[in-house]
Design a binder for this molecule. Structure first.
Ligand code: ATP
Length: 515
């Protein structure tokens, strides 16, 4: 873990964002709990997603399907037979790894070598530097690039053909060591199903195996006709849902990036066969706009086309974010063809077709899906917000401060009300009255402990975008000081203006209107 990432993780604990699950029992790997601030931030991210997808699209409806589904669902979707990760164990360290990830990490190291050479050469050649030419002509760099392509192609072949033996051989040929212990004493590669199972016990002696859903999407597919009929939707139309998903991940590290229990926000968009690429492009663009509306800089987000398409997809792209551990998938946009509906039709024996009144024909719609992990989005937002900057002190010098520059519409606490001193009753009474009024409009905090400077710092680290300070002058002019977390600007405004001003600056509507 890099230092920045370690600091973010401990900040999350200190400020009540994220705790390790069952911490008093030494925790449960890759399972986390959200604290008082975390739950509010999570709710706000979910609301931003839901409103932008459901409320702002006439033809998208919501759904809340159960986590448990009929076991045949997972046969039909392919998860029982194909939702596997190739795993490999190291015989010395006894650690277990995803074989494909070991190879991908090796490829990433080669990329880093290329980048390092490019940076060095760019410095040396200055304005004359042409990156593409350098990459093509420099013997060592072009060698790395050729090797990357060769390994990528072999990895894709192994995964597509489930050739586990060759995948194990690839790891041996590349001489990849155990990232922890350094040993090269590997077992063979085996498939590992990622679904958690449990059983239904309503008939004695006849227990039926159930799975905890590994994605929310299947709840949407099996409800396709229910929603289409009751919402009287015409293709193209979408169904959106948010909810828990469970995966028995082999590599359980990187905090809330990869969890065993997590939450997804998914939308399946049902379209006419043949029109899927048009909608794929639409959603690809819309989803990127959604991320950028939060103020995330362009260079922190990028598209990444899939090298290996899943068995159900004819096009797939990820939106990646530059996490403290590098660019990684944040969201997937997939053109899933008619695979899922056709499979459910076959396994259930029920017709899952749509009659298109304009074409006067029935067909199985194609599906374009957008799928984002709420927890990963949470981590991306926190990583972006976590900053150390220099601020002027009261004595004219500057000092370091730790601040969470969360987008105001998503911040857990919108405003803190601070009486300048706590031993003057008129001031604390006034501050309490303001707080009691503001809490109807948004989440706020009342804080009178410590000096005003320390309280500002505490709210900065908490991510609170505004502080309202009640001082001696307030008693005379009925005005307060409003302090902005990011600009540090302090303005004097009448008490009866406070709610309107803060509501305007922290409003979800303003954010949604950017879309
Ligand atoms: P990865 O390659 O990182 O395992 P994936 O391609 O399997 O992810 P999808 O099945 O496309 O992921 O799931 C959609 C989204 O759900 C991902 O983009 C990610 O944001 C989120 N997600 C998937 N697995 C996890 C997990 N174990 N923990 C947290 N979020 C997850």
């Amino acid at each position: 873990m890099s230092d920045v990432f370690k600091n973010i993780v401990s900040h999350c604990k200190e400020y009540g964002y994220v705790f390790q699950s069952s911490e008093i029992y030494d925790g449960l790997a890759a399972v986390y709990d959200y604290g008082p601030n975390g739950v509010l931030l999570k709710n706000n991210i979910r609301e931003y997603w839901w409103k932008s997808m459901v409320q702002l699209h006439d033809n998208i409806s919501g759904l809340d399907a159960a986590i448990f589904m009929h076991p045949k669902t997972w046969k039909a979707s392919g998860h029982v037979d194909a939702f596997m990760d190739p795993l490999i164990d190291n015989k010395d360290s006894k650690k277990r790894y995803r074989a494909d990830v070991l190879v991908e990490d090796y490829i990433e190291k080669l990329h880093q070598k290329v980048d390092k050479e490019v940076r060095k050469a760019a410095k040396r050649f200055g304005d004359d530097f042409v990156e593409e030419k350098f990459k093509a002509e420099h013997p060592r760099v072009s060698g790395y690039i050729a090797k990357i392509e060769e390994i990528k192609a072999e990895l894709a072949r192994c995964l597509n053909e489930s050739d586990l033996e060759a995948l194990g051989q690839l790891i041996k040929n590349l001489d990849i060591p155990d990232p922890v212990g350094g040993s090269r004493n590997w077992t063979e590669v085996r498939q590992f199903n990622l679904m958690f199972s449990t059983q239904l016990g309503n008939v004695a002696g006849k227990e039926e195996k159930l799975y905890l859903r590994p994605e929310t999407a299947q709840g949407i597919f099996v409800n396709f006709l229910n929603v289409a009929n009751t919402s009287r939707s015409k293709v193209p139309f979408g169904i959106a849902q948010t909810g828990k998903a469970f995966r028995n991940e082999i590599i359980a590290r990187q905090f809330i990036f990869r969890m065993r229990e997590f939450e997804q926000m998914e939308m399946q968009y049902f379209v006419r066969p043949g029109e899927e690429m048009k909608w794929y492009e639409y959603w690809k663009e819309f989803r990127m706009k959604w991320h950028k509306a939060l103020g995330t800089p362009d260079e922190k987000l990028r598209y990444h086309n899939h090298d290996n398409l899943a068995h159900y997809a004819n096009a797939a792209v990820d939106i990646q974010y530059d996490f403290p551990f590098g660019f990684k998938e944040l969201e997937g946009i997939h053109s899933r063809t008619d695979f899922d509906l056709k499979q459910h039709q076959e396994y259930s024996g029920k017709k899952l077709q749509y009659f298109d009144p304009e074409l006067s024909e029935s067909y199985t719609p194609y599906v374009v899906e957008t799928s984002i992990g709420l927890d990963r989005m949470f981590l991306a937002i926190l990583s972006q917000a976590y900053q150390e900057d220099e601020v002027p002190d009261a004595d004219g010098k500057t000092s370091k401060r730790l601040v969470l520059k969360l987008p105001p519409a998503l911040a857990p606490i919108k405003c803190a009300v601070l009486p300048l001193v706590k031993n003057k009753e008129e001031i604390t009474e006034k501050a309490t009255a303001i707080f009691n009024e503001l809490r109807y409009a948004f989440d706020c905090q009342y804080d009178e402990k410590d000096t005003i400077g320390r309280r500002y710092r505490r709210q900065d680290a908490n991510g609170t975008p505004f502080c309202v300070t009640v001082d001696f002058e307030t008693l005379e002019d009925n005005a307060v000081t409003l302090r902005d977390r990011d600009t540090l600007e302090q303005i004097r405004i009448p008490i009866n203006e406070v709610e309107r001003v803060i509501a305007e600056k922290t409003s979800m509507n303003t954010l949604l209107k950017k879309l």
